[in-house]
Structure formats: structure tokens, C-alpha cells
Design a protein around this ligand. Structure first.
Ligand SMILES: NC(=O)c1ccc[n+]([C@@H]2O[C@H](COP(=O)([O-])OP(=O)(O)OC[C@H]3O[C@@H](n4cnc5c(N)ncnc54)[C@H](O)[C@@H]3O)[C@@H](O)[C@H]2O)c1
Length: 315
């Protein structure tokens, strides 16, 4: 199936990621079906789509009319056969467990045409392993969104060992049609590209915290204003050319050996987890939060991400 011909999309799994993903298709004119095995998840999805639309309207990224179009193009169902009947393109976004995903892939293939594209939003399970249970593995690729999918515009398009060039091209084309920024990952190594880079940053940040080099507040301030702000306009590899590869060579030759290569989990994180302090969902983790702060932080971060996106797209 050519990406330009895709008209009917089914999103399988409606948890944290599904509703925002579905809203992106619906907003761009695709007939979009949302399937889940739990009715309560579909009920929640409708509220989540409202929230996505309100956030985008407030940020100047959606009109009221577009919100109506988005909702008008969405249907929700517990019936997998109905959800997949006539689907041109499927996005699988069920829990990150290989057995669940493989079982869902088998079920999807029972209900779709041979030319239907099947894209997985897995964060790190190799696409090759998901595709190996499929009758037609060449139609399977990774389509990895970043959370929240209505705010972060990149999509990693991942090639499994058996993914065909046509499937990769279709996922890339469809990603563009929904206003996202696709980037191809040529080998499905664990964590793909985004999470490998992110986890390298988090490992070093936690190691600095564990070693008492700086406070959590200071580490985040330096990362946000020294690195994150810059990375929004220049990638790490472009940055190397700006710094000069000779300078990098001098610094890396002593610094790389001193960086964390910890294979386990940071001692600070392990202690917090043992104490039941898991982050926002328990009111505290590496930082403490009141319920009011949690609400306010979510809204503020969404607003700032959209304002930054507007500035970056304005050039
Ligand atoms: N949450 C994130 O930050 C994030 C970011 C990027 C990618 N992902 C990936 O997206 C996928 C989904 O993550 P999530 O956080 O939305 O998970 P989630 O647990 O919030 O939602 C999963 C949904 O799938 C449903 N489900 C379970 N079995 C099903 C089945 N057999 N058929 C259909 N639906 C079924 C569940 O009822 C639930 O609604 C995972 O692969 C995850 O790694 C998550």
C-alpha cells in the first residue's frame, strides 16, 4: 500500500498513547477507528481526545472547526473485526510486552487485507521479533512516537529485518501527511535512536546525582539551559562540527573514560522505588509535588512545548 492511498486507519490500544495518536490521524482527514479490549479505556479516550484538542486550540495549533473535524473522524469500538474492516493502515500501541504484541499482530493479520501496513509504536521491542509471527512480515515497521504524541513531532520509522522498502516509504509518507517529522532508523537495535540518546543523558545525570556532584535542581537547570535549549536548534552531530572535531578529540580522550558506564540502575532511583516514591504518580520521586503542582506543571509544559514549536517552525 502506498502512503498516499491510505484513507482508513485503525489504532489498536487506547491507553496513554493511543488517543493522541488517533487524534493526529483524525485531524488530518483519515477515517480513524480506535480499538481497545476494555470499554473504560475507550471512554477515557474520548476525554483524552478532548484534552488534546483543547491543548492544541489554546496553543494556537488547532481551530474549533478542526477539533470538530477531528472528533467527527473518530470512532471507538471493542469489536476488532469491525475496527479492522477495510483498514489501510494499523498502528499497534498495546502494552510493551512481546507476547501481548505478538498475539495482537496475529489477530490483526486475521482481519486485514494483504496490502495493509502494520506499524508498531513499540518503544524498544525489535520490530523483527514482532514481525516474525506475521504471515507477511514485509508489511510491518516501527512507527515510534514520543510522549505526548500530540506535542512532540518526531516519529522514528524503524526498519525490521524483513520490512520492505515500500512499507518504510509508506510509514514515512503517512507520518508526513499527519504533520509529523519522520526520521528513519535503519536497524532495530534496542531502544532505537531516541531512547538510546535519552537514556545516555539520564544515566549520566543520575550518576552525577548519586556521586553528589550537583543537586537535582542544578543538574536539570544545566541540562535544560545548557544542552536542551541548544539541542532544539542544533543536533549533537551538527554541534560536533561547530565545536571542531579536533576539540572534541582532545576532550573526549580524557572525558569519555570518566563518564558513567553503569549497567545497573542508579542507587538514588533504587532507594526511591523501594520507598514507593515513583514520581508524579505518587506525588514524589526525585522531586516532591503537591496535586496542584502536578496539574499546573502538565499545563505549563504543554504550553511551553507548543510555544517552542511555533518559534522553531516560524523560520
Ligand atoms: N507511554 C509512553 O510514554 C510511550 C512513549 C512512546 C511509546 N510508547 C509505547 O506505546 C505502547 C503503548 O504504551 P502506553 O503507555 O499507551 O500503554 P498503556 O498501558 O497506557 O495502554 C495500552 C492499552 O492497550 C490496551 N490493550 C491491552 N491488550 C490489548 C489487546 N490485546 N488489544 C488491544 N488493546 C489492548 C490496554 O487496555 C490499554 O488501554 C507501548 O509499546 C509503549 O512502549 C509509550
Amino acid at each position: 500500500m502506498n502512503g498516499n492511498d491510505v484513507r482508513v486507519v485503525t489504532v489498536v490500544g487506547s491507553g496513554t498513547m493511543g488517543p493522541g495518536i488517533a487524534a493526529g490521524f483524525a485531524r488530518n482527514g483519515f477515517e480513524t477507528r480506535v480499538f481497545d479490549v476494555k470499554e473504560e479505556q475507550l471512554d477515557k479516550a474520548k476525554g483524552a481526545v478532548d484534552f488534546v484538542c483543547q491543548t492544541l486550540i489554546r496553543g494556537g495549533f488547532m481551530t474549533e472547526a478542526e477539533a470538530e473535524t477531528t472528533k467527527g473522524n473518530l470512532t471507538y469500538t471493542l469489536d476488532l473485526a469491525a475496527a479492522l474492516n477495510g483498514a489501510d493502515y494499523v498502528v499497534e500501541t498495546v502494552p510493551e510486552k512481546k507476547e501481548i504484541k505478538q498475539s495482537v499482530f496475529r489477530q490483526i493479520e486475521d482481519h486485514v487485507r494483504d496490502d495493509t501496513i502494520i506499524a508498531s509504536n513499540t518503544s524498544g521491542i525489535p520490530i523483527t521479533q514482532l514481525a516474525e509471527v506475521c504471515r507477511i512480515p514485509s508489511r510491518v515497521a516501527g512507527m515510534h512516537y514520543s510522549n505526548p504524541p500530540h506535542l512532540i513531532p518526531v516519529i522514528e520509522v524503524i526498519r525490521g529485518e524483513q520490512t520492505s522498502p515500500e512499507t518504510l516509504a509508506a510509514v514515512t509518507e503517512v507520518s508526513k501527511r499527519i504533520g509529523m517529522i519522520p526520521a528513519q532508523v535503519d536497524r532495530d537495535v534496542p531502544g532505537f535512536v531516541e531512547n538510546r540518546i535519552l537514556y545516555a543523558i539520564m544515566r549520566e545525570s543520575l550518576n552525577l546525582l548519586d556521586e553528589g556532584v550537583a543537586s537535582a535542581e542544578a543538574i536539570d537547570t544545566i541540562a535544560k539551559w545548557g544542552i536542551g535549549y541548544k539541542l532544539a536548534v542544533i543536533g549533537p552531530l551538527e554541534l560536533l562540527d561547530v565545536a571542531g572535531l579536533d576539540i572534541y578529540t582532545s576532550v573526549a580522550s580524557y572525558l569519555n573514560a570518566d563518564l558513567s558506564n553503569e549497567a545497573g540502575v542508579s542507587s538514588t532511583v533504587a532507594e526511591k522505588v523501594a520507598a514507593g516514591k515513583l514520581g508524579l504518580k505518587t506525588g514524589g520521586g526525585l522531586f516532591e509535588y503537591t496535586p496542584e503542582q502536578i496539574q499546573a506543571l502538565g499545563a505549563r509544559r504543554g504550553k511551553l512545548l507548543l510555544a517552542t514549536k511555533k518559534a522553531l517552525l516560524a523560520e
